[in-house]
Structures are given as C-alpha cells and as structure tokens.
Design a protein around this ligand. Structure first.
Ligand code: HEC
Length: 208
C-alpha cells in the first residue's frame, strides 16, 4: 500500500518534470533564467543593469581624468558598485569570479541648493549615465576578451535598455591604440585583474 502510494506520487513528480521541461523548451530564449547580473539580449548585448543601487558600494571619486583625455570640462562623481555574488567571492578569495559586474553611476556635482542651507562642499546631483564592466569567460557576443565594457548614457530622462560592448584591444593593431580602448587601459593599468582596486577602499582593505 505504502509502495503503491509512493509510485503514485512518483508519477505526479515525473509529469511535473515533463511539464517543466516542455515549458522551458517553449520559453522565449530572451527570458532570463535568473535575475542575477549580467543579463543579455538575444544579440549578446548587455541589458542595462537594474537595481545596482542596492549592490555593494565600493568607492567614490570626483573629477578623475584619465591620461590622454586632458582635464574633464565637466567633472563628475563616479559612485562604484559591485554585484553582490562577486563581492562575496572576492571576500573569500580576493579574485573576481566569472560574471562579476561593476557599475559606475555618473553624477554631476552641485554645490548649492535652493534653500541656501549649504555653504560649502559638493554633493551628487543629476545622473549623466552609467558605465558597466562585466567579466564573462563565455561572452554571448562571442568576443574573446573576458572583460567587456559598456556605456549607457542618459538621453533626456532615460538610458537605453541595452548596450553593445565597446571596442577592445583585439580591434586595433598598434599598442598605443589598444591602450586607449576601455579594456586596453584597464588591462594594462588597473591594479587587480582589470579592476582599479587601488581606488576602492572597500576592496583594497580586503587584500592580504
Ligand atoms: C585611460 C584609462 C581608462 C580607459 C580608456 C577607460 N577606463 Fe574605466 N576606469 C579607469 C580608472 C582610472 C577607473 C577608476 C575609477 C573611476 O574612474 O571611477 C576606471 C573604472 C571603471 C569602472 C569601475 C570598475 C573598475 O574596473 O574599476 C568601470 C565600470 C569602467 N571604468 C568602465 C569603462 C568604460 C565603459 C570605458 C570605455 C568607454 C572605460 N572604462 C575606459 C580608467 C580607464
């Protein structure tokens, strides 16, 4: 009796499995399998990371200019966030696992507000856009560099839903040109596996 009832439930389980796999087979390919970043569209472009404001905040800077770019005309705040799964792994191993995502939230600086209470200092004002860096050993766009870089600029009140990876060092012949690409500069100058850990107190304090 117990045996037969077990078999009965076994059938139900099997049916449920068949049902689930049939659903998976017919589900559109763009349907995310999980909500963990990174997410891509069917062309391999990165979907704009959403909810990064609640990821791990690793550091902030104001008005950094990069070699070759000169002094920026409009200094910006860069607030840098890291995907939580990758952070947990970095705490354990001090390495960036596959599917690590970083986002820079770019904001204009402002030094006065309407009420006139603030008399000195600078705060985060309007978002200009975001930049993303994604480590993916099996990139859906079939490109070979593990780290890919993406730009989402504010257009009116909105940012695009997806972005194609920026050109990288494999797109250029000369070293001087390779180094000007996002990936090229990060590969050569960042302190740990393409990431500027030297600028992020939350991460550099974890290094032994
Ligand atoms: C000439 C060097 C250089 C180039 C080119 C460059 N970056 Fe960076 N990047 C930096 C530096 C320095 C930082 C450290 C902090 C910052 O700028 O906020 C950084 C940080 C970042 C971060 C935060 C995570 C990390 O890796 O530290 C992202 C995301 C990022 N850059 C995206 C981009 C994108 C997208 C491009 C190309 C459009 C790009 N970068 C081009 C120098 C560069």
């Amino acid at each position: 009796m117990i045996n037969s009832s077990k078999r009965g439930w076994g059938h139900v389980g099997l049916l449920a499995l068949v049902g689930a796999s049939a659903w998976l087979a017919f589900a559109p390919s763009a349907t995310p399998q999980s909500s963990d970043p990174p997410q891509y569209d069917s062309s391999g472009n990165l979907l704009r990371p959403v909810g990064f404001e609640t990821w791990v905040f690793v550091g902030s800077n104001l008005g950094l200019a990069y070699q070759g770019e000169g002094k920026p005309q409009h200094p910006e705040f860069h607030n840098v966030y890291m995907s939580p799964q990758a952070y947990a792994e970095f705490v354990k191993t001090q390495t960036f696992p596959d599917l690590t995502v970083f986002v820079i939230d770019r904001l204009t600086p402002k030094d006065r507000e309407a009420k006139g209470i603030v008399t000195a200092g600078v705060y985060n004002d309007q978002r200009v856009g975001i930049l993303a860096a994604v480590k993916n050993m099996h990139r859906p766009d079939k490109r070979t560099k593990p780290w890919a870089y993406y730009v989402f600029s504010m257009d009116g009140n909105q940012m695009p839903d997806s972005a194609k990876a920026e050109l990288d060092s494999t797109d250029f012949e000369k070293d001087s040109e390779k180094e000007k690409t996002c990936e090229g500069c990060h590969a050569v100058h960042a302190s740990r596996d393409h990431v500027w850990v030297q600028f992020y107190p939350i991460l550099r304090n974890l290094l032994h």
